[in-house]
Design a protein around this ligand. Structure first.
Ligand SMILES: *[C@@H]1O[C@H](CO)[C@@H](O)[C@H](O)[C@H]1NC(C)=O
Ligand SMILES: *[C@@H]1O[C@H](CO)[C@@H](O)[C@H](O)[C@H]1NC(C)=O
Ligand SMILES: *[C@@H]1O[C@H](CO)[C@@H](O)[C@H](O)[C@H]1NC(C)=O
Ligand SMILES: *[C@@H]1O[C@H](CO)[C@@H](O)[C@H](O)[C@H]1NC(C)=O
Ligand SMILES: *[C@@H]1O[C@H](CO)[C@@H](O)[C@H](O)[C@H]1NC(C)=O
Length: 431
């Protein structure tokens, strides 16, 4: 007790000192602020909007999955580099000196964005609990790559400090991604500032990011060990914004509260229990991989529980649109949907939009089943006439990891607890 309250005092003191020394420190209002909200809005400049094939391709590439239809559809000019934390070098290597690297257009575009203030400059960033870098477009990029984006100009920030020799390179499975230099600056999200937040300035980005003119970068919210900053020889991972802000929060959490359309709110420091029904279920995560990872060896269709024979671990990823489950789970689920088929051309399960979909539940650890009501499973339509639908639940092609994204967050209020490394789940009211 005594230890924890003196720790708290220490952090409070550190926070106050930090604010006093912050150069153009945004306001004293921050002193009382122990929780804050950030809106998550639809990216209106997204090249194709809600698009099932893009969504499944994006998650397969993000995690370097090689099974299913997606691998077969690959154009063949890229080399898959595996999980992105193992691919620290590949983007920089692919940079052809023009500030762009080869990648298929569109499929990595972020659907949802939140405003972030870096050294007094506002950027629209994608909050991604499946990665750990805070990187952004910068004026180190050629003008042609910047066009339409907000790009961070370090020379216009009085608080920016370069970290000599530090570089970053974050890569998706196909070699797309971003690379550049690293510094620290005052980062303000939702009115709360972190002094000396590591910020990564892209001097090379993939074409998908260039084309997605609303997205200026990412805020990684997985564990700091996945951060890709290095000194050219060895990894020198930097702390995420969440790790840095945590001591100043009432509770060491951030929550994802998404509406059925995928927009919503991230809140740091507080759990708003009016947003879910009943009590929150807490499940410990295994952070050793750097992800918000847990067991998920069971599933249920319309409440009928079944064992998931593959039983792959699962991660909670706000940067993924779909609920990507073990292939057997997707097969079993769509076996109950009249007219459903796993379609090679589209890249996943589709069905007549008139079909009645059963509820699906996936295990979160051994004690909680997260249910997605059938009427919230559809991700998008496939055709202009809106007769064929693309499911928000898809198979992982035997990849050995399940990725639980927005399809889950739209139905479940989720708290990411960095204090005791756990996830809190509460079912959202039915829509
Ligand atoms: C980058 O690649 C070189 C060899 O190409 C390797 O020696 C070095 O360790 C790599 N750096 C990182 C950070 O992975
Ligand atoms: C190199 O840059 C040019 C100009 O942006 C681009 O058209 C080309 O595709 C790039 N090539 C590679 C391999 O990245
Ligand atoms: C983690 O913290 C939450 C909220 O303070 C608490 O309710 C929960 O029991 C804790 N979970 C674990 C696994 O320790
Ligand atoms: C956590 O995951 C790692 C692999 O990522 C595994 O080696 C370890 O046994 C796991 N720990 C627990 C407590 O399950
Ligand atoms: C299909 O749905 C879209 C999005 O809801 C809508 O804008 C469009 O008008 C619909 N098309 C038809 C033919 O109903």
């Amino acid at each position: 007790m005594a230890a924890s309250s003196s720790l708290r005092l220490f952090f409070l003191a550190a926070f106050l000192v930090a604010i006093v020394f912050a150069a153009p420190a945004p306001t004293k209002r921050n002193l009382a602020k122990r929780s804050f909200k950030v809106p998550r809005s639809l990216n209106k400049a997204h090249p194709r909007g809600l698009n099932g094939p893009d969504a499944i391709r994006k998650v397969y590439m993000k995690y370097g999955f090689s099974g299913g239809f997606i691998a077969a559809q690959k154009t063949g000019d890229e080399e898959r580099a595996g999980l992105k934390q193992n691919a620290a070098n590949s983007t920089a290597a692919a940079n052809n000196g023009t500030g762009t690297v080869a990648a298929n257009p569109e499929q990595n575009a972020a659907l949802f964005l939140s405003p972030v203030n870096v050294g007094g400059q506002i950027l629209n960033l994608d909050f991604d609990s499946g990665s750990s870098d805070l990187w952004m477009f910068s004026t180190d990029l050629p003008q042609a790559a910047i066009a339409g984006h907000s790009a961070f100009d370090a020379s216009k920030s009085t608080t920016f400090k370069q970290i000599e020799g530090a570089q970053f390179s974050i890569s998706y499975g196909d070699g797309s991604g971003a690379a550049g230099t690293v510094g620290t600056d005052v980062v303000n999200i939702g009115g709360v500032t972190v002094e000396n937040q590591a910020v990564e300035l892209a001097n090379a980005v993939s074409r998908s990011f260039v084309q997605d003119t609303n997205t200026d970068g990412l805020v990684g919210l997985a564990f700091s060990k996945l951060n890709t900053v290095n000194d050219g020889v060895k990894k020198t991972p930097q702390k995420t914004f969440f790790d840095n802000v945590m001591p100043n929060l009432d509770l060491p959490v951030f929550t994802a509260d998404l509406d059925p359309d995928g927009t919503g709110v991230y809140e740091f420091g507080k759990i708003d229990s009016s947003k879910f029904v009943g009590d929150m279920a807490w499940i410990p995560v295994n952070a050793s991989s750097g992800f918000w990872q847990f067991d998920s060896a069971k599933f249920a269709v319309d409440g009928v529980e079944m064992k998931n024979a593959a039983g792959s671990k699962a991660i909670a990823d706000t940067g993924t649109s779909l609920l990507l489950v073990d292939q057997e789970v997707a097969d079993a689920y769509y076996a109950k949907v009249t007219g459903a088929q796993n379609n090679a051309q589209v890249g996943g399960f589709i069905y007549p939009c008139s079909a009645k979909l059963p509820d699906i539940s996936v295990a979160i650890g051994s004690t909680y089943m997260a249910t997605i009501p059938g009427n919230q499973v559809t991700f998008a339509t496939v055709d202009d006439a809106n007769t064929t639908c693309f499911g928000g639940v898809q198979g992982n092609g035997g990849a050995g990891l399940q990725i639980y994204g927005d399809t889950m967050f739209k139905a479940q209020f989720v708290a990411f607890n960095g204090g005791n490394q756990s996830l809190g789940f509460g079912a959202k009211p039915p829509v």
